[in-house]
Design a protein around this ligand. Sequence first.
Ligand code: GTP
Length: 237
Amino acid sequence: MKYKRILIKFSGEALAGPKGFGLDGEVLARIAQEVKAVYEQGIEVGVVVGGGNFFRGMKAAVDQGMDRSMADYMGMLATVQNSIALQDYFERAGVSTRLQSAIEMKEIAEPFIPRRALRHLEKGRIVIFAAGTGNPFFTTDTAAVLRATQIGAQAIFKATDVDGVYDRDPQKFADAVRFDRLSYLDVLDRGLKVLDSTAITLSMDNKLPIVVFNMEVPGNILRAALGEDVGTVVCEI
Ligand code: GTP
């Protein structure tokens, strides 16, 4: 089944590439081409990106004793930097985009206006949602689920560096088993780190399927958007 409207969540760390910090032009260019292939299928796409390649609020709070709210606001600003970078690479790849921010910064981005975002999507623009939910104590995964729900996406695509959800860490255990499908409650019960628990319960309450797949495999984003099995689907079972 080909999706009509999806929301893709990219990790900020993925944008850093091998150097592990900041932005890697090659990764950004590749993501732009992959997303373009989806866009050319007429599939409507919303995008949320994390900020971990620049700053992680939770980590700064734990490691440096920073106030969690202040650290989280810095993390939100990191997502704005990544969103601007994605917008630039998408537009240079010939993809029409609009950037909306949960924290008003009108010189850089439109404010987040749900109905306007929907209109952009209907007009064939990719909408990038920056600054998380605009609130501290929420992850960008939760922001992604919230935006996916608000735009009526049929699924949220979690583009990551592993090819799905395993019963154990596949990098540590050679016999780890990958799930094709998994229920939201299974993810919570087993303590699987697919998305944080707030994001999982919000998806569950809104019956929003989560497709987890490896974005480092070329063509995977398009395959997932065309409904092929490329990883693990977390959904109602
Ligand atoms: P339509 O109404 O469908 O034509 O959408 P549009 O986004 O083209 O309309 P508009 O003329 O409002 O926007 C033109 C450009 O200005 C787009 O790139 C918008 O993203 C941008 N824009 C609109 N509002 C703001 C804002 O408050 N801040 C910033 N930075 N850009 C904005």
